[in-house]
Design a protein around this ligand. Structure first.
Ligand code: NAP
Length: 558
């Protein structure tokens, strides 16, 4: 009975290296790895040993006969990928690792504490003599795993178990609640470390550039996601959910996440780690229809097949499709064809009275966000697009004159994240990334980038593993070549510097105390955790938990 990769696949490829018969593809050295929506086990060559199950950090792999009903479509999806013959060696590639040529102490500061930062720390700590300090402006680490992954995707969040192992390694240190560029400068970081790695992600959003985009009631999906995930910067936000219809612009996985959260029965979310304020607001929500607007056709949609499978399996959400015949064009790849089949099947199901509905509206672009008499969002003018091949293999959306206004009380644009320039570092405004070569920041020896600020907002949590590997290999090669400057200041001096500037910088034990407090509060309500969403309450939990009081204080104090 073969094993099967399911929806939560994070793409970090740990399973690939564990498989003794190289049955899991694409492997990181294959050209389609960067484009793959997940990894797939070949049912013919799988020997059912289960090594991949142990290696997977998010529990996404199961034996064929242990799948839940919702996971059954993945049997087919894994097999489908392998229907196209691939040639590969009998054993998976071994990840090449640039070894250190010295065991001297190598101190690295990593800015950011999301997946790219923690994978970079993990890669560095595989080498002897390395010490990493992971710095984040928030008191809580884990970036988008905490503040981005939808609350109804708990298996994706199990990657936190892997993060815990990384954090426990000797040589790992957190300095949380420290804002680089505000509390400490890049020059100060560089003066106290051999190297600095920026893994700050892409925290802003792209703009549509249309009239009415900033009206009250029109905002970004990234804000909405951060709000329902309890990001402290968004704890005081409110979203008007009093209208019948919400419109989400964009066709990626984030758009699908926000549409699904808006369409989910709040009682289903009550058992998740969704922020309390969001659960309260969603319980009072009048939104019954969420229109997901894609500027191109269904076959061009950026949302992935695993996520679409997860949506159409849901028995509490109806699906409608407008603006696309869902006919599979000749030459369409099998995975995209499966997407169209799923949409067609879901849209053909009878509507259930009272069910919340997600309406996929393809080949449409917003032209204007309209206001009501009070200056609030009243609707969106959507223009129908012709889909025109550009001759270079890309199909472009070309606006017609056919415009329709769709009334809505909430408009969320979800057209991609955008990186933010970092103080003292070069920045390419077009790609919103830091210019680099294999992770080495242009013109700044000893400074590196990893994750979305390096390659732009694409891929999955585990994609950051290979991205961080490349950066760390470059860093270690530079150390071996003697290109990194010996720090002028000791690490104790750096901690003193931070202690002088930051009233309460939180270390690993402080984060553990926050984590324990959240989990304990969640346990009483049958939830994985009840998130603390205010900075002062986070600091309080870090310093006053029972565990903290038994041991030395967890805060670096002034
Ligand atoms: P994304 O995948 O890049 O999708 C962006 C969407 O916005 C595309 O549909 C794009 O359409 C559309 N768009 C861009 N500019 C537009 C414009 N001016 N007007 C209308 N539409 C426009 O971005 P994302 O959804 O923010 O996701 C970011 C990354 O995180 C992705 O790699 C995603 O897979 C990942 N993610 C994964 C999960 C998960 O696995 N569960 C969840 C969330 C995010 P075109 O294709 O026409 O450009």
């Amino acid at each position: 009975m073969p094993h099967v990769v399911t929806q939560a696949c994070c793409g970090d490829a740990s399973c690939v290296f564990a498989c003794p018969v190289n049955a899991i593809h694409p492997t990181p050295d294959e050209p389609d790895f960067g484009l793959a929506e997940m990894l797939y086990i070949d049912p013919v060559s799988c020997v059912d040993c289960g090594a991949c199950v142990t290696a997977c950090p998010v529990g996404a792999i199961s034996a064929h006969d242990r799948l839940t009903a919702e996971q059954l479509p993945f049997v087919d999806i894994n097999a489908l990928f392998h229907e196209t013959p691939r040639s590969y060696p009998a054993q998976a590639p071994v990840t090449p690792l640039v070894a250190r040529t010295s065991t001297d102490r190598l101190r690295v500061a990593i800015v950011g504490s999301g997946p790219a930062a923690l994978f970079a720390a993990d890669e560095l700590l595989k080498r002897p003599g390395v010490r990493v300090t992971v710095i984040d402006r928030l008191p809580t680490p884990h970036g988008l795993v905490r503040a981005g992954v939808a609350p109804d995707h708990p298996s994706t969040k199990t990657v936190e178990g892997l993060f815990r192992h990384i954090e426990e390694q000797p040589g790992f240190r957190y300095l949380l609640g420290v804002d680089v560029g505000v509390d400490v400068t890049h020059d100060e970081l560089a003066a106290h470390h051999h190297a600095v790695v920026y893994a700050t992600g892409a925290s802003h959003d792209r703009r549509l550039g249309i009239a009415g985009e900033d009206l009250p009631g029109s905002t970004t999906a990234t804000d909405f996601v951060a709000w329902y995930n309890g990001h402290p910067d968004h704890a005081d936000r409110t979203f008007d959910l009093s209208g019948h219809r919400a419109v989400v612009i964009g066709n990626g996985n984030v758009a699908l996440d926000v549409a699904r959260v808006l369409a989910t029965d709040p009682e289903r979310l009550a058992g998740t780690d969704i922020a309390d304020h969001a659960l309260t607001a969603l319980r009072a929500s009048a939104v019954r229809e969420i229109v997901l607007v894609g500027r191109r056709g269904a076959e061009h949609a950026a949302f992935t097949l695993p996520e679409l499978v997860g949506l159409v399996e849901r028995d509490d959400i109806d699906v409608e499709v407008h603006g696309d015949t869902l006919v599979v064009p000749a030459g369409t790849d099998v995975m995209t064809a499966r997407k169209l089949d799923l949409l067609r099947e879901a849209a053909a199901r009878p509507r259930r009275p009272g069910a919340r509905t997600i309406v996929f509206r393809f080949a449409s672009s917003p032209q204007v966000v309209d206001a009501d008499g009070d200056g609030r969002v009243a609707g969106v003018g959507l223009v129908r697009n012709d889909l025109v091949p550009d001759g270079g293999g890309v199909v472009r959306a070309v606006a017609t004159r056919d415009v329709e206004t769709v009334s809505a009380g909430l408009v969320l644009r979800s057209i991609g994240y955008r990186g933010v320039a970092l103080p003292g570092l070069p920045f390419d405004a077009a790609s919103a990334t830091v210019p680099h070569a294999s992770g080495r920041v242009d013109g700044m020896p000893g400074t590196y980038v990893a994750g979305w600020i390096k390659r732009g907002p694409s891929g999955f949590i585990g994609t950051n593993r290979s991205c961080a590997q490349e950066t760390v290999d470059a860093l270690v090669a530079d150390a071996n070549a003697g290109l990194l400057t010996e720090p002028a200041g000791a690490s104790s001096e750096f901690r003193r510097l931070v202690g002088d500037r930051v009233a309460a910088a939180i270390d690993l034990r402080g984060w553990r105390a926050i984590d324990a407090a959240e989990r304990a509060a969640g346990r009483t309500e049958g939830r994985p955790r009840r998130k603390i969403v205010r900075l002062d309450a986070m600091l309080e939990a870090a310093s006053t938990s029972a565990a903290s009081r038994r041991r030395r204080p967890r805060l670096v104090r002034r």
